[in-house]
Design a protein around this ligand. Structure first.
Ligand code: HEM
Length: 147
């Protein structure tokens, strides 16, 4: 198996964990809020937060590391993003992925300052959700579209 294939498999596996976690938060957990008392919900969120803090850094590190390793193969296309549809879509995909990191950094800073209130937390999750949809669609369409 080539190292590219290995990175691709790692990337795909970590993407499904990361994207799955965000989808779970937005589609399942947010919907469950209505059926559970605020006290129980807060306890669940604290528990999930602790678990995510342990697992997610490794997932994110592997996801972005394997992404960068694969992107090295396409450095010529990335150097001139406007010259090909593939280069353009991959550039947008990577920009969205960087913006995802920005969301996490923002959430961490706000939490540190005690300003991560529920509405901001919810907005960050919904924005992440749409970023993920964009990233996954671009990851596939970049190989099949020619604009
Ligand atoms: C939130 C972060 C990210 C997610 C959710 C994500 C998700 C995905 C998915 C689902 C694929 C398709 C894999 C497949 O076809 O088996 C993919 C492909 C790819 N990703 Fe990412 N990605 C992320 C970040 C990055 C970053 C930061 C880079 C590079 C700097 C990157 C570079 C690539 C490349 C080059 C491919 C094409 C691989 C191929 O099919 O040959 N990704 N990504």
């Amino acid at each position: 198996m080539s190292s590219y294939t290995l990175f691709l498999l790692l990337h795909l596996l970590m993407a499904f964990v990361f994207v799955g976690a965000v989808f779970f938060e937005v589609l399942i957990l947010e919907g469950a809020r209505r059926h559970v008392s605020p006290r129980v919900m807060t306890a669940i969120e604290i528990g999930i937060g602790r678990r995510a803090t342990r697992v997610m850094p490794w997932v994110i590190l592997t996801l972005y590391g394997s992404g960068i390793a694969m992107a090295w193969n396409y450095r010529a296309a990335l150097a001139h993003p406007l010259d090909s549809t593939f280069g353009l879509l991959l550039t947008i995909k990577i920009s969205l992925a960087l913006s995802v990191l920005g969301h996490f950094l923002t959430a961490m800073v706000l939490r540190h300052r005690g300003r991560l209130v529920a509405t901001v937390f919810h907005r960050i999750h919904v924005s992440l959700f749409f970023h993920m949809v964009g990233i996954v669609l671009l990851a596939k369409l970049m190989f099949h579209l020619s604009l």
